[in-house]
Unconditional design. Structure first.
Length: 415
């Protein structure tokens, strides 16, 4: 029984330390004063970049949504990035007056390289834009998307992220839970950052970057597996102002199979640590400078990252492993140990269930999930969140993870 008590004390202390670390982090990240400088400007002149690797089956709905915008762009300033002139996407783009940019270096597979190549082609043509939007081929834009984003541009923000809704979250529970991952990033994380002038987390698509930064970079210098998170870290380090605009809505397709979702999340985790490896030393050094006071909260939060969550997960996993080992050695306590493990797992599940319910309450009616799907997602999402643990383990075991194309099939919004 002494071993059981020791396991409880050690693992409980680890979990408690993780919780305290998270609370301290949340208090410190509020120490931020990185306000935008409002600029007297007219409507922004903007480019829209759409990486599209053989996406002809679904991309026309995006083109239609761009054409029907309240603040309509010049369709020639919409650039679809393809890998071959034989791609049917080129013919569809031509019908809408959209410019096609054909990649030349196909050895570089990642999205960041495609954007870099496209921007260099645009800059070489001596075109200048106030802002560059990054939109995925499977997206559909709400009628007011550019109109609402223009408001944030006029407020002076350098990066603005739109509200990611779901095209197919009602298809099955994998799609619904994947949708809730972005609720976790945006509705929990980015809305909080808005209140503290902190830097928001850029998540893949539906955002713009102020043109002066693109001009200074002379391309797109973010090429990791998660180029969006790399951009986030760059924005924090360089005190770029950013904002999460919940009124600028777009719809995005989510994976519907667990295998596809698992691969995607392994890539995200690998890319997360890949980007941090490049920036963490610079961010730690920035904390020591006077300049950091303006954006201290965001820099501190980025240095800490997911460490508090990892500590809590380590405490939970260690408890399970030590309890099982102790049960094997001392078989007379099998029933008691199994009961304790069930209790711990049940508490964990219920806490994640409450967290999911809270996210859905914050989302309200805006998120495109039916009541039936929401009820099912509340019950299933805790299990989905726990599967991030094997995703992380695989990430540690695999040295190289290549970028893989995700097949998109949904060309309509499921209600």
């Amino acid at each position: 029984m002494n071993y059981v008590y020791l396991i409880d004390c050690v693992c409980g202390s680890i979990v408690l330390f993780g919780i305290l670390s998270l609370l301290i982090e949340q208090l410190i990240i509020k120490n931020n004063k990185n306000h935008p400088t409002k600029k007297e400007t007219s409507n922004m002149k903007f480019a829209c970049l759409i990486p599209a690797r053989y996406e002809s089956e679904i991309i026309e709905e995006l083109f239609k949504s761009i054409e029907n915008q309240r603040l309509k762009p010049n369709m020639g300033d919409v650039y679809v990035i393809v890998e071959s002139k034989e791609d049917e996407t080129c013919n569809i783009a031509k019908r809408y007056g959209i410019t096609t940019l054909i990649r030349t270096n196909l050895k570089l597979k990642r999205k960041g390289y495609a954007l870099d190549e496209a921007i260099k082609q645009i800059l070489a043509s001596n075109k200048k834009y106030d802002a560059y939007f990054i939109i995925d081929a499977d997206n559909i834009l709400d009628y007011d998307f550019f109109y609402e984003m223009n408001k944030s541009y006029q407020e002076g923000y350098d990066i603005v992220v739109g509200y990611r809704n779901t095209k197919n979250g009602n298809k099955n529970l994998i799609a619904a839970s994947s949708t809730l991952t972005f609720s976790m990033i945006n509705t929990i994380g980015n809305l909080s950052s808005n209140k503290t002038t902190g830097n928001v987390t850029v998540s893949g698509t539906g955002f713009f970057i102020r043109g002066e930064f693109i001009d200074s970079w002379q391309g797109y210098p973010f090429h990791s597996l998660t180029e969006d998170y790399e951009l986030t870290l760059y924005s924090i380090l360089n005190e770029m102002t950013s904002f999460y605009n919940t009124d600028a809505q777009f719809y995005d397709e989510q994976p519907t199979s667990f295998k596809q979702s698992f691969k995607q999340r392994v890539r995200w985790i690998k890319g997360y640590f890949e980007a941090r490896k490049h920036y963490i030393k610079k961010l730690r050094q920035a904390l020591k400078t006077k300049k950091a006071r303006k954006n201290y909260g965001s820099i501190f939060g980025s240095v800490v990252g997911v460490i508090p969550y990892l500590i809590m997960i380590i405490g939970l996993v260690l408890y399970l492993l030590l309890s099982i080992t102790n049960m094997i050695i001392h078989q007379e306590i099998i029933k008691e140990t199994v009961f304790r493990i069930i209790i711990i797992l049940t508490i964990t599940y219920l806490l994640l269930l409450l967290f999911t319910s809270y996210m859905l309450k914050l989302e309200g009616k805006k998120l495109n999930l039916t009541i039936k799907t929401k009820i099912e997602a509340v019950l299933f999402n805790p299990i989905f969140l726990l599967t991030y643990i094997p995703c992380a383990i695989k990430c540690l075991l695999v040295k190289e993870i290549s970028w893989e194309k995700i097949e998109h099939k949904e060309n309509k919004i499921m209600r």
